[in-house]
Design a protein around this ligand. Sequence first.
Ligand code: UT7
Length: 329
Amino acid sequence: MTKIRAAITAVNAWVPENVMTNKDMEKFIDTTDEWIQSRTGIKERHILNTPGEGTSDIGARAVEGLLKKRGITADEIDLLICATTTPDMQFPATANIISDKVGAKNAWSYDINAACSGFIFALSTASKFIETGAYKKVVVIGADKMSSIIDYTDRATCVIFGDGGGAVLLEANDEGNGIMDSILRVDGSGRVHLHQKAGGSVKPATAETVAAKEHYVYQEGQTVFKFAVTNMADVSAEIMERNNLTGDDVSWLIPHQANKRIIDATARRMGLSDDKVTLNIERYGNTTNGTIPLCLWEWESKFKKGDNIIIAAFGGGFTWGAIWIKWAY
Ligand code: UT7
């Protein structure tokens, strides 16, 4: 009997129109376009500045376009999972709000929070519902409004993040394509290097936490960089080795877009040339859960049926992992 795999059958993404360039940032922090580009690869990022709009609006727009592309209605979605680090609110889940906004009346939904690795954690989780035959159509969203938790006076952190996100549809595939393997890891002791200090149950919001800027992203950049380079490269090499894939077998690496130097190191470790790596960090920055669906969306037309694609991510937690996909269309 042919194994049923979960395959991506449609991709869509959405970013706000408003763009903040490095030159714009030079006007309010002590930085230069040259420093940002050489240290991160970023030229500009999109910022959602429409009052009253949040992550669910990014996700809902991505899902609406996704349904149109696949020619299905929201009623047909069985399950909707949203990976986000910037939920609309502590509760209910942003996935529930997206379900309401797109009219997914027959779906149940929930959020996954694994920081920058959230989208691959969600993709792997979602694939099990398809492989078991429990559901026919599962939507996975990765979206973040990072600007809502960024301190725009902290030059070491604010230059790297942006807003945006995307969504994929997972359906059953019996042709041998789809999600083939995944390796997902966490090391919670890494949380001290990258986190949001207040606003949760340990330190609820008070006037003091707001004054101390504890609701913003706290990141020890250099330490996170070292862990990210090692772990993202190691896990990408590991998933290739355990599936007997060489650099020649892999058509594409879709890396989380946190820093071009981390991406370059991962590609080198995998034996891949630059033309096999999806890179759009220069236009979007690090959109956290949004980076991978944004890459899938922009490169979709270049993928061929049967292409071996490795998706890799590293993020706060620490969390990291890699997924091997055989592209299904
Ligand atoms: O996606 C989730 C996981 N996150 C990541 O993977 C991020 C990993 N970390 C990084 O990408 C990098 O560490 C950053 C891009 C955040 C920072 O780059 P860095 O090369 O590690 O810089 P640094 O923090 O070590 O700072 C080096 C110098 C410092 O100056 P001094 O002390 O040497 O005089 C900083 O103050 O660069 C300075 N600096 C800046 N200068 C101009 C830091 N940020 C800036 C800036 N413009 N925006």
